[in-house]
Design a protein around this ligand. Structure first.
Ligand code: FMN
Length: 148
């Protein structure tokens, strides 16, 4: 497991500010069992705790198929103003019931309410990503270096 820093935590919070206009997405990369890559923008990701990023499965399609056959995934979050961000690598699975799924449903209800989306978009599942490695992506000498 790899524990994100306070800066990393803040980036995830900014990304899904419930009361303001959403600032940016994170990007989730998966691959099929044969290694065919797929990357999608995600607006609703959250850092749940020190080792978990949760993504509401509202529309995941090829991504979902990939997750079912290959749990390896990567996520990138960027701060475009500061030209900074982080790359996370780990394993992902989709949960369809239980506390994380229920929490994700509540998150989507709150998110849609704040954004004026009625009826709310409700998740079919919660994609749970366990962070194993964290890398720098900031341009410069440290780009690509493992941080944690
Ligand atoms: C700005 C933006 C935000 C998105 N946020 C989410 C999200 O939070 N959850 C989700 O399931 N899909 C989200 N999507 C849709 C996915 O990016 C994508 O369309 C979906 O996973 C289907 O692509 P796939 O077949 O490659 O999986 C978002 C798309 C955009 C453009």
């Amino acid at each position: 497991m790899a524990k994100p820093t306070k800066e990393m935590e803040n980036l995830f919070k900014e990304q899904t500010m419930l009361t303001k206009k959403q600032k940016f997405c994170v990007y989730l990369a998966t691959a099929s069992k044969d290694g065919v890559p797929n990357v999608v923008p995600i607006g609703g990701s959250r850092l749940l705790d020190n080792e978990t990023i949760v993504i509401p499965d509202n529309y995941l399609n090829k991504t979902k198929k990939n997750i079912e056959e290959n749990p390896k995934a990567a996520i990138v979050v960027t701060d475009e103003e500061k030209h900074d961000g982080y790359q996370f690598k780990g394993e992902i699975k989709i949960e369809y019931s239980g506390p994380i799924f229920e929490d994700t449903e509540k998150f989507m209800r709150d998110f849609c309410k704040a954004a004026g989306i009625d009826p709310p978009i409700l998740p079919r599942g919660a994609a749970v990503f366990t962070i194993e490695e964290i890398y720098a992506i900031k341009p410069g000498e440290e780009a690509g270096k493992r941080l944690i």
